[in-house]
Structure formats: C-alpha cells, structure tokens
Design a protein around this ligand. Structure first.
Ligand code: NAD
Ligand code: GLY
Length: 368
C-alpha cells in the first residue's frame, strides 16, 4: 500500500492506494469517530462490494442507501434519499458517511455529509479510475442542476481516501478510458514527464496491469494534491485542473447528462483547449497531434459532437463557474506540461477551434 497526504492544515488527510484495501478492517475503522457508519452507493456497485463492506464493519451500526446509477440522478431529489436514510436510522453528528462508488456517488455522498446536521465526517472509497485520480481527492462535492452541471455544492474534504485498486477489475473498459482522460490531463497541465510515461504505457493501462495502474493513480494524486494544497477553494491556481472542462461541461449539458461520460467530454474538451493553444502559438502542431494520438489510443473521443454549433458552445459555456464579470475564462496551455488561466481569448481563434474540433456527422458517438 502507498500513502500520500493532502496537505490542508487541520483538514489534511491521507490517500491510501493499494490492492484489497476494502478487506482491511484496521484501515477502514482507523478514521471512524463512532460506531455509526452510513454507506452511500448505487445499484451497480452494491451487488459487487456492499455486503463484504458491511460484514467487515461487524460490531458497528452500519446503514446504507443504494441510489439509482447514473449522472442523471446526481440531483437534489436523489440526495434526499440519503438524508431520509440517515434520519430514519438516527445517525448523529459523529457518524461517518462512506462513499462507495465512482464520482457520482462520491460527489453526492460528500455533499450530503457536508449538509447533514451541518457537517459529518466522510470517507471516499472510489471504485472508478476517474474517482481515484480526481473526484475523490480535493473536496469538491455537489449535484447537478437542470441549468448547469455541479452548480449546487460545497468544498468539503473527506477524512481519508481509500483507493482499492482491486475494484477496477470489474470496471467496464469504457469507464476505464474515461478515467484515463483525467490521468492524461495531469501530464498535460503540470507533468510533461508523466505525459511521456503515458505515451509509453497506455497499452498496459488499458490491459489493467496492476503496477501501471497503481503508478498512474499515485502520480495523478500527487499532482492533484499539490495543486489543492496551494489553492483549496479555487481562488486561482486550482482552475488549471479544469483544462478541457469548460468545453467538456458544454458537451455534457448539450447531450443530456450521462450520454457522453464525463471523462469523454473532458477528452474532447482538452483537444479543443489544446487546439486553441496551438492557434495562439503556445504549442506546435506536432504537440497537438501527440495529444490527439494519445487520447485516441486510450479509446477516447477527440472531437465535439457534430450536432453542436459554436453558438451552443458559447451559450453553454456562459453558465460555467469560470466566467467572471461576463468574460469567458479558459484554461489553456502555455506549453506541454504547463497550463495557464486566461480571459484574454481571441474570438476569431475560438471560432476556428469550434470549426476544427467538430465531428463529422458520420462519426460514431462515444459508446456506439
Ligand atoms: P460514475 O460515478 O457514474 O461511475 C461510472 C460507472 O461505473 C457507473 O455506472 C458506476 O455504477 C460504475 N462503476 C463504478 N465503479 C465500478 C466498479 N468498480 N465496477 C463496475 N462498475 C463500476 O462516473 P465517474 O466517471 O466515476 O465520475 C463522474 C462524476 O464525477 C461526474 O459527475 C463528475 O462531475 C464528477 N467529478 C467530480 C470531480 C470532483 O472534483 N469532485 C472531479 C471529476 C469528476
Ligand atoms: N476536478 C477539478 C478539481 O477538483 O478542481
């Protein structure tokens, strides 16, 4: 097992990365404040991992809620089921919420924990690659609103992140690829050496080689923890973690939540950000091609949906949280391995990027 630390003064916490960690009683109880535990999971993950977890916590009061699976259920309505369960089983302020699942479960369980009785402990037990490398770390929690993704939420840090790599054995290939989009993002924004490592090791990652996956998770979490430690509440630097996300959120919203996976939308969005960076002279055509090739090898989309017009993008990017004082702010590349945040966007170049990055109508959408 490897242990990293997210350094946030009195809100610091460990990230444990290893095989079979969900079978370690000692590790699970290490961060519990009382005998009350409330597991939040969904109806795909529950049959795989819930019962062994409940048995491992024998002697505790373990209650659980099994939510419907899907991004479209990441809503305030669904969150009420969590509060119903906590209140019906009389959980008090010393309870600990365990988020067993991917980013959807983690974001909802974390937000639920932030709200329940004005805040109870929670532990992230991520079971997707995306959740292990991104959503379980850093304390962004929340739900979607009809008018925008992740628009209702809170910064609320977990007490620990326990990434049991063995859970990836059951993860579908498409979900693994979606997680790789966020992994590739770290190489692009902050770690060129890691980007090169990914170019050499993508076949091992796709084949779920345990050593390669553990290295990718560790290196991604190190990168994320470093940024979060410097800027927990996204006053500035942390926004670099959103490379590709402004375009990606527009794609997710336009297609309807859950049609494109989050990581898929981020992949196409990263190409758009890199394309615009190239048009601004920050990276070469060869470097843009390297990104496109790596994403394609990871089985990720590299174009926006054919149905989306430039106006769709502008409209949907207008409700993004990164808009300040009516000016669009984007995360772009200063060079390979270094991101920058700018509101100095050339409208003509942006239009060129929309045109260059739109899929052909004959292209199959992701998952087809
Ligand atoms: P997800 O939670 O929807 O999980 C993907 C699918 O895999 C689901 O069907 C799930 O039930 C299934 N699954 C999960 N673990 C499995 C396993 N081990 N075996 C088999 N099936 C499994 O999606 P995700 O990609 O993990 O997360 C996406 C969400 O995370 C989005 O809502 C996004 O907004 C959010 N997110 C949040 C942050 C953050 O900082 N909080 C960062 C990135 C993404
Ligand atoms: N996923 C972006 C962040 O955590 O800030």
């Amino acid at each position: 097992m490897q242990t990293l630390n997210v350094d946030l003064a009195d809100r610091s916490y460990p990230i444990y990365i290893g095989e079979q960690l969900l079978q370690s009683h000692e590790l699970l109880v290490r961060h519990l404040r009382s005998r009350q535990v409330f597991v939040v999971t969904n109806d795909t993950i529950a049959p795989l991992y819930l019962q062994p977890l409940i048995e491992l916590l024998d002697g505790h009061q373990v209650d659980s809620v099994v939510l419907p699976d899907g991004e479209e259920y990441k809503t305030l309505e669904t969150l009420n089921r969590l509060f119903d369960g906590l209140l019906e089983a009389r959980h008090n302020r010393t309870t600990t919420v365990l988020a067993l699942g991917g980013g959807v479960v983690g974001d909802m369980a974390g937000f639920g924990a932030a709200c329940y009785q004005r805040g109870v402990d929670f532990i992230q037990l991520p079971t997707t690659l995306l959740a292990m490398v991104d959503s379980s770390v850093g304390g962004k929690t929340g739900v979607n609103h009809r008018l925008g993704k992740n628009m209702i939420g809170a910064f609320y840090q977990p007490r620990a992140v326990i990434a049991d790599m063995s859970t990836l054995e059951t993860l579908p290939a498409r979900e693994l690829s979606a997680g790789l989009a966020e992994v590739i993002k770290y190489g692009l924004i902050a770690d060129e050496e890691f980007f090169e490592w990914l170019e050499s090791n993508i076949p091992d990652l796709l084949a779920k080689d345990p050593k390669a996956l553990a290295y990718a998770v560790k290196r991604s979490c190190e990168n994320k923890a470093r940024v979060v430690a410097q800027d927990e509440r996204e006053g500035g630097l942390r926004a670099i973690l959103n490379l590709g996300h402004t375009f990606g959120h527009a794609i997710e919203t336009a297609q309807g939540y859950g049609v494109w996976l989050h990581g898929e939308a981020v992949a196409a969005g990263m190409v758009m950000a890199a394309d615009l960076s190239h048009r601004r002279g920050a990276i070469s055509a060869g470097e843009l091609d390297r990104l496109v090739a790596l994403l394609e090898r990871a089985h990720l989309p590299v174009k926006a949906p054919a149905t989306m017009t430039p106006d769709d993008f502008i409209r949907l990017m207008g409700v993004d949280k990164k808009v300040l004082d009516g000016r669009l702010r984007l995360v772009l590349l200063e060079k390979m391995g270094k991101a920058l945040i700018t509101d100095d966007i050339e409208p003509d170049l942006l239009q060129e990027t929309f045109a260059a990055c739109r899929a052909d109508e004959r292209d199959a959408p992701p998952g087809a």
